[in-house]
Design a protein around this ligand. Structure first.
Ligand SMILES: C[S@@+](CC[C@H](N)C(=O)[O-])C[C@H]1O[C@@H](n2cnc3c(N)ncnc32)[C@H](O)[C@@H]1O
Length: 173
């Protein structure tokens, strides 16, 4: 993610706070992380995990509907959330990310890579078919760099993991 010590990071659908703690290791006291989450259970876990750090916070906020925040962010991070929404909602999320970022901020998405499901090896395809919702099947077959370009993102960088089935995609705003 190339976290800068003073980065202001927005964690879309922040979950338990595990990712926030990992990102926090790279921040100075001037950097900040704000998690957005809708599950009160997750929010409680996040608060418990991160209570010793005053520069990590979380609010109850949907990421799929328009919202406004007091500050603009250097990075919007989203991990294993995006593939679970319908396409029209994914567009809202991209638009919300663009709106929350500073001019040259980065949208960073950790999720499945793009692939044709039927062409993936069985050890991946079988659990993917059993576990994932129908939106995930549509998600993996779309060209996200092209779609993100329509929302003002560019200068894409990516890192692939797990035999290229997972991707960290970095898009400059
Ligand atoms: C699979 S978890 C991922 C959590 C975390 N990002 C991670 O990588 O560990 C999905 C999270 O998205 C949250 N979520 C689902 N819909 C949401 C929405 N519309 N707005 C904000 N958060 C949402 C869920 O409550 C859950 O914590």
């Amino acid at each position: 993610m190339n976290i800068d010590p003073d980065d202001m990071i927005l964690d879309f659908s922040a979950g338990t706070g595990r990712n926030a703690l990992l990102m926090h290791k790279y921040l100075s006291g001037n950097g900040e992380i704000l998690g957005l989450e809708i599950s009160e259970q997750m929010i409680a876990q996040f608060r418990k995990k991160t209570e010793s750090f005053s520069n990590i916070n979380i609010v109850n906020q949907r990421i799929d509907q328009p919202f406004s925040l007091d500050k603009k962010y250097d990075k919007v991070f989203i991990s294993f959330v995006f593939h679970g929404f319908p396409f029209e909602i994914q567009k809202n999320i991209l638009s919300n990310a663009r709106g929350a970022l500073k001019e040259d901020g980065e949208f960073i998405m950790l999720d499945f890579n793009e692939f044709v499901t039927d062409e993936t090896p069985l050890y991946f395809r079988i659990p993917f078919r059993i576990v994932e919702c129908r939106y995930a099947f549509e998600y993996v077959e779309r060209n996200w760099k092209d779609i993100m370009s329509e929302f003002g993102f560019g200068h894409f960088k990516e890192q692939l993991f797990f035999h290229n089935h997972l991707r960290l995609l970095i898009a400059k705003g």
